[in-house]
Every structure is written in C-alpha cells, then in structure tokens.
Design a protein around this ligand. Structure first.
Ligand code: ADP
Length: 299
C-alpha cells in the first residue's frame, strides 16, 4: 500500500486561536478514513489545508508526493464541502460538463465523464433535470458526482449525509462502499454508526488535537464484543463472567455491555458460549457486535 497523505507537525492559527495543534498522521491508500470531532474541533480547517485553500502556520503536508494546491494535484484530489450548492439555472449534466471542462477535458471527454459519474451515483436519468426538480438526496448525489469527475484518487466528503433521511443517507453510504476500492475516501460525519460501518480508520480531532483510533485492536489476544440486550436482566454480568475467555464485562450504557475477551484464556468459541447463556436464560438481545462500537472507542 502506498502513502497518499503525510501530515507532519501541522499547526494552524487564526490570530490567537489555534485551530490545529501539532497534528501528525499519515494515510495509506485503502478503505475509507473517518474524520470525527465535535464542532470547532478543526475538521474543516484540516480539509481546507489538505485542499490547499489555506496554508498551515507551521508544519508540512504532502499529498500524493506534492504540496497541497500544487497544480500536479489537479484532478487527483477533490473535496465536497458540506454546503456545496448546485447552480439553480442549469441542468445537472450541463453543470458537471462545465466542471469537467474546467479540469481540462475535451468537450467529448467531458460528456463521457459526466455520464460516467452520474451513473456512479444512480442519477443517469436525471441528466436534463434542473436542481429544483430533484429531491434533496438526489441533489446531494449530484454534488458527489461532481466530486468524482476526472476519477480523483482522493475524495473528501464533508458531512455528506447530514440532513438526509435514512433512506437517502443509506444510498450515499452505498455509493461510498461501492467505489471504495478505486477511490480513497475521507469522510467527516457526526454519525458514528455510519463511519463505523464504512471506515477502517478514524482520525478523531478534539480542540485542534488529533487522536487516532483503529477500529481493530492490535493486541492479538484481546478483542471485544459489544452486547446490547432488550431489557435490563438481573445477574447478566455474573452469568456471562463464567465464559472462560471473558476477562472483563463493563456496562457501557443502559442495556449495553462491553466484553473484553482474552483468547489466551480459552480456545472455546466465545460467541457460542454467549448465545447459549442468552438462550438458557431467555434473554433477548438486540445486537452483538464483534469489536467496540466507535462511540465506545472514542468516548
Ligand atoms: P470544525 O469543522 O471541526 O467545526 P473548524 O475547522 O471550522 O472546526 O474550526 C476550528 C476552530 O478554528 C474554531 O475555533 C473556529 O472558530 C476557528 N476558525 C475556523 N475558521 C476560522 C477563520 N476563518 N477565522 C478565524 N477562526 C476560524
């Protein structure tokens, strides 16, 4: 796997306000990466630095072997801001065609690429539509199509599903998942469940500081199971604690438990032992997750 982004000791100050403080990370090409953090944490500042819209106060950023904003990156990296708008006066295809031409494509190439990206987001029938004739979700997909013009290697989507109903948000996630083999997506979102499903790696920003999280634990013997049950059952913790490889059980929230599994303690299949105990006690579960939820990793 090759390094696509290398950020070294990057600090960004706006006057006396430090938006990013000595941020360091590197990303290899692969599964989507999540950028998470509360409002004001510095996510937009980081996106803007990676795009070359603003310069760091100190530190270095290297993207695909170049500095952000370098003309060598045109067409290789794209970003979709959360509030990206379509022009209400022109059809979807006309607008995408225009942006493709701006990337330097010939008229013929631009038409072909416009149809390709509209097909990628399931809008092949909406080429002649004006933005006002599309639903909110379809307009969002059209802006994602714009970000995919020219087949960039890195695509950054800022809050791509914010404000969408669950069905439309699911469609956007499906687009990302479907194309993640060919595109390195960086996604910011407030929806931790969404990022958990799509991303292997999480960059967590808090007050300008970066904390990194892997959705998989690196310790070969230790793993986690998250169990959510339908009701609060008495004796659940002592009864599950007899499973030989269960090292610890914590209640993470109402009716949700985090089991720390140490596979060195027993070769038994812990999931089977767990299900047997649930069935024997007539306890109903709503889900069993292999690993920690992202929420439990971060907070
Ligand atoms: P996020 O996208 O995570 O909400 P931002 O990157 O927008 O965070 O903001 C990080 C911090 O930098 C905040 O304290 C914000 O007020 C400040 N900030 C962002 N942009 C500017 C700017 N153009 N001028 C001054 N301060 C800014």
């Amino acid at each position: 796997m090759s390094l696509i982004i290398d950020v070294q000791q990057v600090t960004k100050k706006y006057g006396n306000n430090t938006a990013l403080n000595n941020v360091e990370f590197s990303l290899e090409s692969g599964a989507p990466v999540a950028l998470v953090g509360p409002n004001g944490a510095g996510k937009t500042t980081l996106f803007s630095l990676l795009c070359g819209y603003i310069q760091p106060t100190s530190g270095n950023i290297n993207i695909l072997g170049h500095s952000p904003g370098n003309s060598a990156l045109f067409g290789r990296l794209s970003a979709l801001p959360q509030d990206a708008q379509l022009d209400p006066r022109f059809s979807i295809a006309m607008q995408l065609n225009f942006y493709a031409r701006l990337q330097g494509m010939s008229s013929k190439q631009a038409k072909i690429d416009t149809l390709r990206v509209l097909d990628m987001v399931g809008l092949q029938d909406a080429t002649k539509s004006l933005p006002a004739e599309l639903s909110h979700g379809m307009r969002k997909r059209a802006t994602i199509a714009q970000a995919l013009l020219g087949s960039p290697e890195i695509v950054m989507l800022d809050e791509a599903t914010a404000g969408l109903d669950p069905a439309n948000a699911k469609e956007i996630r499906a687009i990302v998942a479907e194309h993640a083999d060919n595109v390195n997506f960086i996604l910011s979102s407030h929806d931790l469940n969404e990022l958990e499903r799509l991303c292997d790696r999480v960059l967590y920003l808090e007050s300008g500081h970066l904390k990194q999280h892997q959705t998989q634990d690196n310790n070969v013997n230790t793993r986690y199971i998250t169990l959510r049950v339908k009701q609060a059952y008495q004796d659940l913790i002592p009864k599950l604690s007899i499973i030989p490889s269960v090292e610890k059980i914590e209640m993470t929230q109402d009716k949700e438990y985090l089991l720390t599994i140490n596979s060195a303690l027993s070769a038994n299949n812990v999931e089977i032992d767990l299900l047997k105990i649930l069935i024997k006690n007539n306890w109903l579960y709503s889900h069993i997750i292999n690993g920690k939820t992202l929420e439990n990793q971060l907070f």
